[in-house]
Design a binder for this molecule. Structure first.
Ligand code: ATP
Ligand code: MG
Length: 392
């Protein structure tokens, strides 16, 4: 039996004139994934994308699992395709549909005819197909008002489509339809979630990670690259720029008051990220900051670090509780990696009494003790990129 996948588009359908562009981008993103699972034809029509295997070697189960992380799709159905005759439909319903009804008590059939010349009308098709289901699946009942599952039969131009039930898609908008932004990716719980949330809005992600070798370890860097790989299951391929802050941190310790270490370090991070973002065409920065979570995330602390970026800074976790962030981290599969206990450059040389209500003039006075621009340039000169691809 021939099986295909039907993807229902989300918000894209609201996009009016841009709709074509959104659909094309989504098809392109899907093709990129699909090539790992065989040769498929992918095309869109009437707010639905159809994915059709082109030979017997295609791994449709694998692709079905995989596209549940593709943004822009709200629902996915597995769908049998058969000849447009009631005999073929009967055979297909009896062979194919029962697997989706396991554990279900009620169903209804909805039929659609785009070919109006078909021998039966929609009501008649639905009644016939309902009969096939009742005669094949024991104990199931029809409930037209509130069925647990809807069996759909569509009579299309060339074939009939038969599907039962929908699986949830990743939602959001297709990656690549909403610009590009640079994620400040640490090894913590919050920043991978922040990257996921902004990618979900159709933004292509790039990343920067700051380390402080040898105060931070090789293992800490590996952990961040693993997190990047996990985020890339949703966000697609991207690069992680690795930037060393070792020299800056050593100079800070020697020259500045301890209470200001973290704040000044974060100002360097924002300034360096801003430069990288401009270099690679990103229109915004993304951080995992959450208001009041730590000393450097009070309103005043964010107030002294934010101006170091000339670009908008997206902070999708800003109003979320830790528990809410953890919930998303678990859902997207980053949580277990994030809680591995490795040091971050923000946690080496942490002040005992960090400023929670810093004054900008004091911070600037401290910052002037070092040659800010030269150190930013030095950090940029030493940076390198690790390219990350989703693993299938
Ligand atoms: P996370 O759980 O994401 O690490 P956090 O609660 O530990 O966040 P901070 O360490 O204060 O918070 O960092 C706030 C944000 O700054 C992070 O979410 C991240 O976007 C960025 N950041 C912190 N450390 C680094 C780093 N080493 N490299 C890149 N970005 C970082
Ligand atoms: Mg952190």
């Amino acid at each position: 039996m021939k099986e295909i996948l039907l993807c229902k588009l989300g918000e894209i359908v609201l996009k009016g004139a841009n709709r074509r562009y959104f659909e094309d981008t989504l098809c392109r993103n899907l093709r990129h994934r699909a090539k790992h699972f065989g040769t498929f034809e992918i095309k869109s029509s009437q707010s639905t994308i159809t994915i059709t295997p082109q030979d017997d070697f295609c791994d449709i189960d694998g692709l079905f699992q995989n596209i549940q992380t593709v943004f822009g799709i709200v629902a996915i159905s597995r769908c049998a395709v058969c000849e447009k005759t009631m005999e073929a439909i009967e055979r297909t319903v009896k062979d194919y549909v029962p697997q989706f009804l396991v554990g279900k008590k009620t169903f209804k059939v909805v039929a659609k005819r785009s070919d109006k010349r078909f021998v039966l009308d929609s009501m008649e098709i639905a009644r016939e197909v309902g009969g096939y289901v009742l005669s094949t699946v024991r104990g199931i009942k029809v409930d037209v008002k509130n069925p647990e599952i809807v069996v759909q039969v569509e009579i299309r131009e060339h074939n009939a489509f038969i599907h039962a039930g929908q699986f949830k898609g990743a939602g959001g908008m297709p990656v690549g339809t909403n610009g590009k932004a640079l994620l400040l990716l640490s090894g913590g719980i919050d920043s991978p979630v922040a990257g996921y949330m902004i990618a979900k809005r159709g933004v292509q992600i790039e990343a920067v990670h700051f380390e402080s070798f040898p105060y931070t370890s090789e293992m800490a860097r590996e952990k961040v690259l693993e997190l990047a790989r996990e985020v890339s299951q949703y966000a697609g391929t991207f690069g992680v720029r690795i930037v060393s802050l070792t020299h800056i941190q050593e100079l800070l310790v020697k020259n500045c008051e301890e209470d200001y270490f973290t704040l000044i370090l974060r100002r360097y991070m924002m300034a360096i990220a801003d430069r990288i973002a401009h270099d690679i065409g990103c229109g915004a920065l993304i951080t995992g900051e959450s208001l009041g979570q730590v000393a450097s995330q009070t309103m005043q602390a964010i107030g002294v670090t934010d101006p170091m970026s000339t670009l908008p800074v997206f902070r999708p976790c800003i109003g979320m509780d830790k528990e809410e962030i953890v919930q998303i981290a678990r859902k997207i599969g980053t949580f277990e990696t994030s809680i591995q206990p490795y040091e971050d450059c923000c946690t080496v040389f942490t002040p005992k009494h960090p400023r929670t209500k810093p004054e900008l003039s004091k911070v600037e006075e401290q910052q002037r003790r070092l040659d800010f621009d030269a150190l930013v340039q030095e950090a940029l000169d030493g940076a390198y990129v690790e390219y990350i691809r989703p693993e299938f």
